[in-house]
Structure formats: C-alpha cells, structure tokens
Write a protein that binds this ligand. Structure first.
Ligand code: NDP
Ligand code: MG
Length: 396
C-alpha cells in the first residue's frame, strides 16, 4: 500500500461525519485524519480530536477556537484550531489533503466543498444542498480542476455502482434508459393526511430505517429529500429530470436502480447503513470492510414498491418543477426549505406549511440565470428573506 491517504472530514460531529470516522478507524493502514470540523457540538469535536489526532480542527468562532485550543493543549495534542469559513476552505484545499468528505448540512457547506473541488481533491459528497444550489457551476468546476466527485448519498452511490464506468459519455451513449431513485416514504407514508397538521418534530425525525441528522430527517418525512436527490442525480449523472423516476420502497434495502435499453435493471442492495456507501467511495475503485453486517435476505423476506403520492408529498412536485426550471430555482427551493424546516423544528409552523411556504416563495420570484456563485448566493438570500417575511407574518 502506498502512503496514508490524508482525509478532511467537513461536518465531523454529524451523523455522516461519525459514520465516516468509524470506517476510517477500521483502516489505519490506509487513512489518516487531516482535519475535523464542527459547529455546535464542541465537546464531541474535542473527543473526536483526542481519538483521531488531526492536524487541524475548525470551529465557527474565535472565542470557541481559543477554548478548544486550550483543551487540546491540556490533552497533550498538537492539533491547531482554525476559524470559520476561511478555516473550512483552508482544510479542504490544503496541498497535503487527498480526500475531502463533504458532510456539512445545508448551504453552509457550499464554499468549503467548492474549495475542495477547485483544489482538484477526491470529494465524497454527502452535502447534497451544495450541488442542488449551484449544480451547473459545481459540475463545471469539477471538470475544470479534474476533481474526483464520488456520491455518498446512499441512492446516488448505488446508482454510481450500477452505472458503467464510462457513464460520463452520456446516458444514451451507454444504453441507460432511466434511473430509478428509491425512497422509503419516511415516517408519514401512511399517516392520515389530516393528522399531518399536528405531527411533532420528534415524530418527523423518527425515520423508520435510517438514523440521520434532524434537517435531513424532516426532509425525508416531507420527501423534499427525494426532491433534492432528484436534482442531485440530474447533475451527477447528466440526466434530465424525466429520466429519473422516484419509486417508494419502504424497506430501504434496494438503494436505487439503473434501467438499461436492453431491459436489464441493475440494483444495489444492502442494509440501510451509511458506512456502506462511505466505504465504497473512500476505497473506490477498491473494496474495504465497512463494519456493516451482511444482508440477511431471509430476514427481509419481501421487497415492496409503490408510486409516490404528490398530494401527500407536495415537496416532491415542487422539487421536480425546480429541476425542470433550472437556473436559480433549485437554489431558491433549497433556501426556502432550509428556513422552513428550521421553523418547523422550532415548532413555529406546522408540518404541511413547509411545502406551502416554499410554494409561495417560489411563485413570488422569477427564475433568473445563475452565471456565477454570486448569483447563486443572491438567489439563496432572496428566498431566505421571503421565507422569513412569511414566518414573521404567519408563524407562531
Ligand atoms: P447532522 O446534522 O448530523 O450533521 C451536520 C454537520 O454539519 C455537523 O458536523 C454540524 O456541526 C455541521 N454544521 C451544521 N451547521 C454548520 C454550519 N453553519 N457551518 C459549518 N458546519 C455546520 O447532518 P447529517 O450528517 O445527517 O447530514 C449531513 C449532510 O449529509 C446533509 O447535507 C445531508 O443531506 C447529507 N446526507 C446525510 C445522510 C445521513 O444518513 N445522515 C444520508 C445522505 C446524505 P455540529 O454538529 O457540531 O453542530
Ligand atoms: Mg439519500
């Protein structure tokens, strides 16, 4: 084996970050942690630094950095603490880094992820919001720098595994007819529609199959997550929105499928555990142990499929419309969703209002071209302002 791969984990204190560090810790002969970043869970970040001894840690503010730096020194560690977005971009682009795991949640991950892209790193992308916001510019930057972009999102990692190696030539060139994007349907797949008015944040976060951060858990309950994933799939695999079909599959065993013109349909299966796509992307094109138990098909016994109901899940329709409109629409959709989901988690709005706010915000602003990152952040800021205005007029 050649030298140790240096890995930066953006969003190390989160659900994907912790799963990544679990896989990395199983392979000390391959990987060394270069940098870990956190935001609010600082005692967890300290414990992770003690466990993985990174060269750098990154936190949002100078006062927090001083306190963490003191704690690290007291623990006998040489880890150097950096601050804010600048620090995040620095540990993404450092010449010594080979791989950047992009696992910050939301728009906050965009600049640091792009810093890794511009520096030509191997990027393991969990932070789908970054790609949704800036799709065309993001993919252009990947092509320009020669960065290697590998999906961590379980569905996209599954699609990646089922695609031929030369899929970048174009889906029709490689005989792909459709991408079948599976969705569990989340905790409210069968909840009577009237009851959705009164569901709590904890109910929305109680995902039947996956354990994840709270924002993506709410997105899964509203199926906005699948909408964002549809947009993500279009960019990663150069597909049109009408080439991506969403299939509800409540067991979350098939993580997605690729349908070829000869009638072959390839699927990737596995237990619903993020360590599988993480290990796949970390070691690609090799395979390493992820710590995930072997799939027990006899225990699963059956696999079910159904079509999504857009009346129950209007966010899916809104995301498809944004995918078709392109330009500033996905960035606006994402920003309105981030603000609305935060308001729902704070119990300021009811669950069905997430979709109605987003719909209203999108209907108020014309879709405009986004030719640079400034325009992306402008669309993002506009949607946040409109959503906050709606909240100050209507929320509890
Ligand atoms: P978590 O909420 O568990 O973790 C988010 C991470 O981002 C934490 O490390 C958090 O720090 C950090 N963070 C939050 N806000 C900021 C900010 N403003 N600036 C810098 N860092 C910040 O989320 P998940 O791990 O569940 O999800 C991360 C990303 O991966 C999301 O984009 C999600 O859609 C995607 N994803 C997640 C999957 C999962 O299984 N969880 C599956 C597929 C995709 P702290 O905790 O210290 O506050
Ligand atoms: Mg997913």
């Amino acid at each position: 084996m050649s030298r140790l791969q240096q890995v930066t984990v953006l969003g190390a204190t989160g659900s994907v970050g912790l799963s990544t560090l679990d896989v990395i810790a199983r392979h000390p002969e391959r990987y060394q942690v270069f940098a870990l970043t956190g935001f609010s869970r600082l005692s967890e970040l300290l414990a992770l630094c003690v466990r993985h001894t990174p060269r750098y840690a990154v936190v949002p503010e100078a006062a927090v950095a001083r306190s963490l730096q003191n704690d690290l020194r007291a623990a006998g560690l040489a880890t150097h603490v950096l601050v804010g977005e600048e620090g995040l971009c620095q540990v993404s682009a450092d010449p010594e880094v080979d791989t950047v795991v992009a696992a910050i949640v939301g728009a906050a991950g965009l600049r640091p992820t792009l810093a890794a892209v511009d520096a030509g790193k191997k990027i393991l992308l969990a932070n789908k919001e970054a790609l949704v916001m800036s799709g065309a510019l993001f993919m252009q930057a990947v092509r320009k720098s020669g960065a290697v972009l590998l999906p961590l999102d379980s569905e996209h990692n599954a699609i990646f595994q089922c695609m031929p190696g030369d899929f970048a030539r174009g889906l029709s060139q490689v005989g792909v007819r459709r991408i079948l994007l599976t969705a569990s349907g989340g905790p409210f797949r069968q909840t009577p529609l009237a009851e959705l008015e009164s569901v709590s944040p904890d109910q929305a976060c109680a995902h039947p199959n996956w354990s994840m951060g709270r924002k993506i858990s709410v997105d899964s309950a509203s199926m906005m997550n699948k909408g964002l994933e549809l947009i993500e799939a279009c960019w990663l695999f150069d597909a049109r929105p009408d080439q991506v079909e969403v299939v509800i599959h409540p067991q979350s065993v098939i993580h997605s499928l690729v349908d070829y013109v000869d009638g072959s349909v390839l699927a990737q299966l596995g237990n619903p555990d993020m360590r599988t796509p993480i290990a796949n992307a970390l070691a690609w094109p090799e395979r390493i142990d992820s710590g995930v138990a072997p799939l027990d098909l006899f225990a699963i016994a059956r696999l079910d499929f159904e079509a999504p109901d857009e009346q129950r899940f209007p966010c899916l329709r809104l995301a498809r419309e944004a995918a078709e409109a392109g330009n500033s629409a996905p960035a606006m959709l994402n920003a309105a969703n981030e603000v609305a989901v935060a308001a729902f988690l704070e119990r300021r709005i009811r669950f069905p209002e997430i979709a109605s706010i987003i719909e209203e915000v999108l209907s108020r602003e014309p879709v405009v071209a986004v030719n640079d990152l400034g325009a992306v952040f402008e669309a993002d800021a506009k949607a946040r302002t409109l959503t906050r205005q709606w909240l100050s007029r209507n929320a509890r």
